[in-house]
Design a binder for this molecule. Structure first.
Ligand code: NAD
Length: 336
């Protein structure tokens, strides 16, 4: 198939090219992300390959279908950026990579939590300036603290296990589907409200849906334990960023580690150093000493990139050969 790979970065090219040796598709790597402004670049392609911040709303889906594109291949797990109803109505199948490496994201989540809690991000910049003073770097043990895991699917379960069995946290969890392997090691399922109220640490691993949008809001932050540490490696809009900034300004928050940000689409995956960034909310967030931000990096391991490339190209080969699309996402998933 002729595949337009939107938003292709050096690592996408490297891993997709290597895996494509076994598939033989014609990959056209494009620098811009897919949106209404760039959809014309898909002309002449049989499939488009896209990532988390590409915008596949109805007009883009309609344009793709009109130009004869037969497949949308997401090289990620989340699909909240695709209008699935529009795609289904136009008979344009959408596939994703349901699980490429939950270990990549769960390990990064723990790395962020430890770095933030033990002030490693601050120590790193200090020691580079030969400042070896320890004032201001007092951390907290993880052992014995209450950690709340929202969403115990593939990633959240690994995080809950590491926190409980590895670090000896008391772990609370909230998920409509309970994982018996987690309850067996002492993880306690509670309501989301109780979790948010009773946790010292809250880490988010549920998908972004209308129901979970802004689940961390002003009311939750006002009711949270003093010194709350919040980690979000799931999707930016789970957190009301302005409410978070207000809470950080009041001083009651222990720390915040974010790998994702509500308005990341125009910023992340680009090198904007030396440019004037116009996003005042993000810029304010970056001024807090107890905020650690990374640019949607949690998935970025060699193992994950190999799995993403192989699963994506296999789906494209399946579509070309008319085989069933095992990784297809449909509107049924939105409803339940
Ligand atoms: P998953 O589908 O295996 O797990 C999601 C879990 O959330 C499920 O158990 C589901 O029952 C639960 N859930 C659904 N609605 C909920 C709610 N309202 N409250 C609590 N739990 C709820 O998904 P996963 O592979 O573990 O991925 C989790 C999220 O991580 C994805 O949705 C994606 O947005 C994000 N992600 C981020 C990166 C990154 O690089 N930062 C990479 C991959 C995935």
């Amino acid at each position: 198939m002729r595949v337009a790979v939107f938003g292709a970065r050096s690592y996408d090219r490297r891993f997709l090219d290597k895996a494509n040796a076994a598939h033989g598709h014609e990959l056209r790597f494009l620098d811009p992300g897919l949106s209404a402004d760039t959809v014309a670049l898909a002309q002449g392609s049989d499939a488009v390959c896209v990532f988390v911040n590409d915008r596949l709303d109805r007009p883009v889906i309609e344009a793709l279908a009109a130009m004869g594109v037969r497949l949308v291949a997401l090289r990620c797990a989340g699909f909240n950026n695709v209008d699935l109803e529009a795609a289904e109505a136009l008979g344009l199948p959408v596939v994703r990579v349901p699980a490429y490496s939950p270990h990549a994201v769960s390990e990064f989540t723990i790395a962020l939590l430890l770095a933030l809690d033990r002030r490693i991000h601050r120590a790193w910049s200090r020691t580079r300036e030969n400042n070896f003073a320890l004032d201001g770097l007092v951390g907290r043990n993880l052992h014995g603290r209450v950690a709340g895991v929202v969403g115990t699917g593939k990633i959240g379960a690994l995080v809950a296990r590491a926190l409980r069995a590895g670090f000896g946290c008391e772990v609370l969890a909230s998920d409509p589907v309970e994982d018996p392997d987690l309850t067996a090691i002492g993880v306690r399922y509670v309501s989301r409200d109780q979790l948010l109220r009773d946790s010292d640490i809250v880490t988010l691993h549920c998908p972004l849906t209308p129901e979970t949008r802004h689940l961390i809001d002003a009311a939750m932050l006002a009711a949270a334990r003093p010194g709350l540490v919040l980690v979000n490696t799931s999707r930016g809009a789970l957190v009301d960023t302005q409410a978070l900034i207000d809470a950080l300004k009041r001083g009651g928050i222990g720390g915040v580690a974010l790998d994702v940000y509500e308005q990341e689409a125009d910023l992340f995956f680009k090198d904007l150093s030396g440019e004037i960034v116009q996003d005042d909310v993000l810029q304010r967030l970056l001024t807090f000493p107890n905020v650690l931000l990374t640019g949607h990096q949690a998935f970025l391991t060699e193992e994950a990139l190999i799995a993403i490339a192989e699963t994506t190209l296999t789906s494209i080969s399946d579509a070309e050969a008319g085989r069933p699309l095992t990784n297809q996402v449909t509107t049924d998933r939105l409803r339940g």
